[in-house]
Design a protein around this ligand. Structure first.
Ligand code: ATP
Length: 306
């Protein structure tokens, strides 16, 4: 009898909890940290990109109401220019790219492209206009050719191969046993972070979108790979509106403007030279990174002479 009564009591307790939960369904979603799904407005129209001029106006955002991530961010990415976002880990850099792609809606302020609020346009047209090179590209369990062609399904074999060349991954692919027909992904050949990122760049070269977001890999890449990726990125961002989410500073030197994010606010902004002259946060980050690169170089030299 005792054995039976305990579970029954417990079930009663759970039942009450669920009833209570159902009355507070919104609170329950808050507790579960379920992101509200972004939906198109009933009267959403297609985004019309004329030049690709992006404006973030006083953007505020939090994943969790208790913790504000962006506290009123304003900046412009003029048509055809490259703007970089840098800042300490967790500052909210990648969040900016997620908001532009509208994975989440801003909670205050607005993001516009050529004067159109991105909340008023269809997600399909918005995402078609933006080429996203994410930190970690997901590959399909298919050939490397299929994976690159994903950028533009009607591209010819020659176009796919040319895109691979421009993304600095052509030599690597040709060295594989089945070349462009090599199976990749979880069940095929596993590519390194740098290789996957170049596949993503090749996709973007095929897609040729007016706007581009490059969310640089956080993981350290060796210097040669980094240079190859840099060349590929330089090619793909030429003449296109480009937002670079930079986790390393070596990639942002040539950008038209660098925005330094700290604690959800813009701490500094300017070109590489202007920011170095300011001797502020950017200059400190630069000095620290240069030291790290130098230490790594010495370590490698020591290893090579062993
Ligand atoms: P890093 O350089 O380390 O990649 P970042 O500046 O790109 O950092 P974000 O990825 O924008 O940082 O994250 C900003 C903050 O938001 C972090 O503290 C992170 O923990 C938090 N965050 C990110 N994604 C979510 C999420 N889906 N839910 C809740 N919090 C999140």
């Amino acid at each position: 009898l005792i054995q039976l009564s305990i579970p029954l009591n417990f079930i009663g307790f759970i039942y009450r909890e669920i009833r209570q939960g159902l009355t507070d369904i919104e609170q329950m979603f808050d507790l579960l940290d379920v992101a509200p799904e972004v939906v198109d407005k009933p009267d959403a129209t297609d985004l019309v990109v004329r030049d690709g001029h992006i404006v973030f106006d006083n953007v505020r955002f939090a994943y969790d109401p208790e913790r504000q991530i962006l506290r009123g961010i304003s900046f412009t990415v003029p048509a055809g220019k490259s703007i970089a976002i840098v800042g300490p880990s967790g500052a909210g850099k990648s969040t900016i790219s997620r908001l532009l792609y509208r994975f989440y809606d801003v909670q205050d302020g607005s993001i516009t492209i050529d004067g159109q609020d991105i909340r008023d346009v269809t997600q399909k047209s918005l995402r078609a206009a933006i080429g996203m090179v994410p930190q970690d590209t997901v590959l399909f369990n298919d050939t490397i050719r299929y994976n690159i062609r994903y950028g533009r399904p009607d591209a010819s074999d020659a176009e796919v191969e040319q895109a691979a060349e421009l993304a600095q991954i052509g030599d690597f692919i040709r060295s594989l046993p089945d070349g462009f027909d090599t199976m990749v992904g979880e069940r095929g050949l596993k590519l390194s972070g740098g290789e996957k990122q170049r596949v993503a760049i090749a996709r973007t070269i095929l897609k040729a979108p007016p706007i581009q977001v490059l969310d640089e890999a956080t993981s350290a890449l060796d210097t040669a790979t980094e240079q190859e990726i840099q060349q590929a990125l330089d090619f793909v961002s030429k003449g296109r509106t480009t937002l670079v989410i930079a986790h390393r500073l070596s990639t942002v030197i040539g950008c038209d403007e660098i925005i330094v994010l700290k604690d959800g606010e813009i701490a500094e902004r300017g070109t590489h030279a202007e920011l170095l002259a300011k001797k502020g946060l950017y200059e400190q980050m630069w000095a620290r990174q240069s030291e790290a690169i130098e230490a790594e170089r010495k370590l490698r030299e020591a290893r090579e002479t062993d």
